[in-house]
Design a protein around this ligand. Structure first.
Ligand code: SF4
Length: 151
């Protein structure tokens, strides 16, 4: 059975920077969960950051929180943990939260903390993509379902 790496906040876990969740209510995700197909990670928590925590955005290859603290190392560690999980479990698909500085797969915030989105990938999404893992978001869930069922 193919497994899918999934953002922890999608499953009701309160791991976001603001201590909240970003649950997705979708019958396919519920089915995957019942079948044991989902491997759950919050890269930022896995990398050593707390809940709640300061908002963070990428500036170039680095990540800073809204108070100017460099949290690049924690973001990179979380990304490595996510990749290790994928390699250990031979995971080829990931469903990650769009716009997150860790999990965003097509768009992220621009680093000015003013709500502006730009094209780009979060630190974890980028590392997984570079290693051949197909990364999807809540905006491309329908395509993930198609591709997963074909695999
Ligand atoms: S790092 Fe990813 S899994 Fe963790 S709260 Fe942010 S979007 Fe969700």
């Amino acid at each position: 059975m193919n497994k899918i790496l999934i953002s922890s906040c999608f499953l009701g876990n309160k791991v976001r920077y603001d201590g909240q969740t970003k649950s997705i209510v979708d019958p396919q995700i519920a089915t995957w969960q019942q079948q044991g197909c989902l491997t759950v990670i919050c890269p930022e928590v896995s990398g050593g950051l707390s809940v709640p925590r300061a908002r963070a955005e990428q500036i170039g290859k680095q990540v800073f929180d809204e108070f100017g603290v460099d949290v690049t190392a924690q973001f990179q560690l979380g990304a490595i943990h996510a990749l290790e999980l994928c390699q250990q479990q031979q995971i080829k698909f990931a469903l990650l939260k769009e716009f997150s500085p860790s999990c965003g797969s097509k768009q992220i915030y621009n680093g000015d903390f003013n709500g502006t989105k730009i094209k780009g990938q979060g630190v974890t999404a980028k590392l997984l993509t570079e290693h051949g893992i197909a990364v999807y978001s809540e905006l491309t869930l329908a395509q993930l379902i198609i591709d997963y069922n074909r695999a």
